[in-house]
Design a protein around this ligand. Structure first.
Ligand SMILES: Cc1cc2nc3c(=O)[nH]c(=O)nc-3n(C[C@H](O)[C@H](O)[C@H](O)COP(=O)(O)OP(=O)(O)OC[C@H]3O[C@@H](n4cnc5c(N)ncnc54)[C@H](O)[C@@H]3O)c2cc1C
Length: 424
């Protein structure tokens, strides 16, 4: 059978797109096959009644090194959240800000007692260490994990943070990023994220997160991408589609999510990564006549009993998320109540913060993302595949190979392409 391309890439998520682009740039003939009818994988946006609803709450950080390297940030027309967050405890909303970028707001947090002076000093040290580590390359969650990696909770305890500040700020804020409340995600991931939030801002592209993969795909040559083509199996140099037909190339890159990749490659190439557990999340979206928030802020909940992890108003932050004169409110939750019960519980909790204004919110949709992020605890990270090469002619990339983030997926795709180029 003749080769249809130099390289077949399976999966047009961010990793597959980044890998394909890097290969194409070096003159390789690439065929990118994707099971879905759109590119982007876990970065997706749906349209409902003129609202743009991301499939699970996520943000792009404009300090991500791979974003700066691979994306045209200006063309994404990024809207930026205010640094820090609004923390909800009971019906009280407290602002926790970044003293370097919002010194007066941050000072007010200290004066009002939301942040104790000792925790403010510890935060300053943490920021310094995270930035120094990032700049020197010591804080690099994509590097092979050390056996001594500890959890975020252990890192914060070792740094002496008070239990109250951890509960009020780190758990709701980083718990929202990690999609878990125990903070058992590796401290290496936490320090990197802390550096990113210190250097950059949480952003949304105009019209939704799907603008990111769309931009990457628009840089691919005509005919390179085939949508709606599900791959059944992949082995060195050969991809078998679901209809049984085979595609042959010198190299095959499996850029699917971890569990799909494990189902696709021969068992002999599956390591501990094939058994890694994944975290899930849900997003509840409402249409509202106006925004309940005074600023472009992320509201995180410190109430362990409440259903809401965080609440945002994307239409306050970036263009084209809602029709003119309307607001889009999204709530992120890990709660597993049925959709109706969840909507009511979200309304009840939000009513404690915003009063009767919530009565005017119209439920748009509830989105469930079962496999959102792989387990990034120190143990989970030990299971990552070490190298992109599984065998001669068979390669692996995706966020499960590096870090579970937009930055991690883009980096993994680029590195895989570089390894293929170096080997040929
Ligand atoms: C709800 C949620 C919130 C997140 N929040 C953030 C955040 O705030 N910031 C951040 O940086 N990151 C965040 N992330 C993580 C980030 O979105 C992911 O790490 C990244 O998108 C993963 O990209 P990927 O290419 O590795 O995998 P995927 O996006 O999973 O892409 C894999 C692709 O392979 C395709 N595929 C699978 N099987 C087959 C097959 N058999 N044949 C053909 N194609 C196949 C899939 O359809 C998919 O398109 C979040 C993720 C989720 C889900």
């Amino acid at each position: 059978m003749s080769q249809i391309a130099d390289c077949i890439v399976v999966g047009a998520g961010l990793a597959g797109l980044a890998c394909s682009r890097a290969l194409v740039r070096q003159g390789r003939r690439v065929l990118l096959v994707e099971a879905a009818d759109r590119v982007g994988g876990r970065v997706a946006t749906d349209s409902i009644d003129g609202f743009r609803i991301d499939r699970g709450f996520q943000v792009f950080n404009d300090a991500y090194p791979e974003g700066r390297r691979q994306l045209d940030l200006a063309a994404l027309r990024l809207g930026r959240f205010e640094p820090g967050a609004l923390v909800a405890e009971g019906s009280t909303l407290m602002r926790v800000s970044d003293p370097w970028r919002r010194p007066f707001t941050a000072l007010a947090s200290v004066v009002s007692g939301v942040v104790g002076p000792a925790d403010a000093i510890r935060t300053a040290r943490l920021r310094q260490d995270a930035l120094r580590g990032f700049r020197s390359g010591l804080v690099d969650p994509d590097a092979p994990p050390a056996a001594s990696e500890r959890t975020t909770a252990a890192e914060l305890a070792a740094r002496g943070f008070s239990e109250g500040f951890v509960r009020r700020f780190f758990v709701p804020f980083f718990g929202g990023v990690f999609l878990e409340r125990l903070l058992d995600t590796s401290a290496m991931v936490f320090l990197f994220d802390f550096a990113m939030f210190s250097l950059g801002r949480a952003c949304l592209p105009a019209g939704g997160m799907a603008a990111i993969p769309s931009q990457l795909a628009s840089g691919l040559p005509h005919g390179c991408l085939e949508l709606g083509r599900r791959v059944r199996s992949a082995r060195p140099g050969v991809v078998t589609l679901e209809d049984g037909s085979e595609l042959v190339a010198r190299d095959v890159v499996v850029a699917a999510d971890g569990p799909s990749a494990a189902a696709m490659v021969p068992d002999a190439f599956c390591g501990g990564w094939a058994q890694r557990s994944w975290k899930s999340t849900r997003l509840v979206a409402f249409a509202a006549p106006r925004s309940p928030l005074a600023r472009r802020t992320l509201l995180v909940s410190a109430d362990p009993g409440g259903v809401i992890d965080n609440l945002t108003v994307p239409s306050d932050v970036a263009a084209d998320y809602a029709p003119p004169g309307r607001s889009l409110i999204t709530v992120s939750t890990r709660h597993t109540a049925d959709s109706q019960g969840l909507e009511e519980a979200v309304r009840r909790q939000a009513q404690g913060w915003f009063g009767d204004a919530t009565a005017a919110w119209r439920h748009l949709t509830t989105v469930e993302v079962r496999r959102a992020l792989p387990d990034e605890s120190p143990t989970g990270r030990q299971a990552r595949p070490g190298m992109p090469r599984l065998a001669d002619g068979l390669w692996l990339c995706g966020d499960h190979c590096g870090t579970a983030s937009i930055n991690g997926a883009l980096a993994s795709g680029r590195r895989c392409a570089e390894a293929i180029l170096a080997a040929s």
